[in-house]
Ligand binder design. Structure first.
Ligand SMILES: O=P(O)(O)OC[C@H]1O[C@](O)(COP(=O)(O)O)[C@@H](O)[C@@H]1O
Ligand SMILES: [Mg+2]
Ligand SMILES: [Mg+2]
Length: 333
């Protein structure tokens, strides 16, 4: 089975980017070991601190963030990093060609229940001109050079794209190497499975409520088919399932707190996942536009996310726009 570096060389990835991705691979092994040791490594539980997002940090959030930051900043090709857990960016090598944005630990609430978590990364080019500050990261997701995630599940997997399809590697714990286990994940355009946090139903826009109502109505409703639901509460695991067996994932606008109408973050979650899903033949939308076309105004900006099977994403958007064909009775007031 092929290793990561030859796979990247086959994809004509330049040596500088290979070195950045290899650094991420090192991070993945370090975090995977600690996640696997769990209680024994003393990494479970919360801290007393809050991150820039106003969320209580888990010990593993902080540890993963620190590990990734240190390892990436040792790589001479990394010009700066931006983390979901930190307010500002951290500058790296002045000659570095790449920027790395990451969610060090996605699905933090799963840590203490020994359930799936992950690391999500997005690699951007350093802009030609402009200041060397956070504004370097304010590029639309379509500029990404590489993106992906590491899933710490029953096995540890690295799933990524450099724009030539979606590659999957599995960590062989016996030799400590990631080996290629799938070279081209694809998502079927149709699906009968969706992932959404249903407890937010009452806070959604009417169009979203109508869409979900019709999925739940199954064969007796306007969609005339039954839909199954899954929610891992870790985007990385929900998106992985969609890449493996299809489906639709949504974390849409909600009215729980008006200063935070979206939960997921554009740079660390939305963009990398959107590109992976598009590379697999799916679609990824904010509810208003293609996620990869959004030009960020802040590194911690949040975004609505509807992604997965492309025909189902299109149907969901028709409901949100109250278009003909969305089988709605009601229209916006
Ligand atoms: O608490 P909820 O509504 O189930 O939200 C789960 C979502 O929040 C997240 O955990 C947010 O990510 P973090 O754990 O990195 O903050 C997503 O992975 C997941 O899809
Ligand atoms: Mg996350
Ligand atoms: Mg996180």
């Amino acid at each position: 089975m092929q290793r990561l570096t030859p796979t990247l060389r086959n994809d004509q990835v330049d040596e500088a980017l290979i070195s950045v991705i290899n650094s991420l691979q090192t991070c993945a092994k370090e975090i995977s070991f600690r996640v696997g040791q769990g209680e024994l490594a003393g990494v479970l539980g919360s801290t007393l601190s809050e991150n820039i997002q106003g969320e209580t940090q888990k010990k593993l959030d902080i540890l993963s963030n620190q590990l990734i930051k240190e390892i990436l900043l040792e790589c001479q090709h990394v010009a700066a990093v931006a983390s979901e857990e930190e307010e500002g960016i951290v500058l790296g090598h002045p000659e570095g060609e790449y920027l790395v944005a990451f969610d060090p630990l996605d699905g933090s609430s799963n840590i203490d229940i020994n359930s799936m978590v992950g690391t999500i990364f997005s690699i951007l080019p350093v802009p030609q001109d402009g200041p060397r500050d956070a504004s370097m990261f304010l590029q639309p997701g379509r500029n990404q050079i590489a993106a992906g995630y590491i899933l710490y599940g029953p096995s540890t997997m690295m799933v990524f794209t450099t724009g030539k399809g979606v590659r999957v590697l599995t960590l062989d714990q016996t030799v400590g190497e990631f080996l290629v286990t799938n070279l081209n994940l694809t998502i079927e355009p149709e699906t009968t499975e969706f992932a959404i946090n249903m407890s937010n139903f009452r806070h959604w826009q009417e169009g979203m409520q109508n869409y979900i109502d019709d999925l739940l109505a199954g064969t007796s409703g306007p969609r005339a088919k039954n839909f199954n639901m899954r929610w891992v509460a870790a985007m990385v695991a929900d998106v992985h399932r969609i890449l493996c067996r299809g489906g639709l994932f949504a974390y849409p606008w909600d009215a729980r707190s008006m200063d935070k109408p979206y939960k997921l973050r554009l740079l660390y979650e939305g963009n990398p996942m959107a590109w992976l899903v598009e590379q697999a033949g799916g679609a990824a939308h904010s509810g208003e536009e293609r996620i990869l076309d959004i030009v960020p105004t802040d590194i911690h900006q949040r975004v609505g996310v509807i992604l997965g099977a492309r025909n189902e994403v299109a149907t969901c958007l028709r409901y949100l726009r109250y278009e003909e064909g969305s089988q709605l009775d009601s229209k916006p007031v």
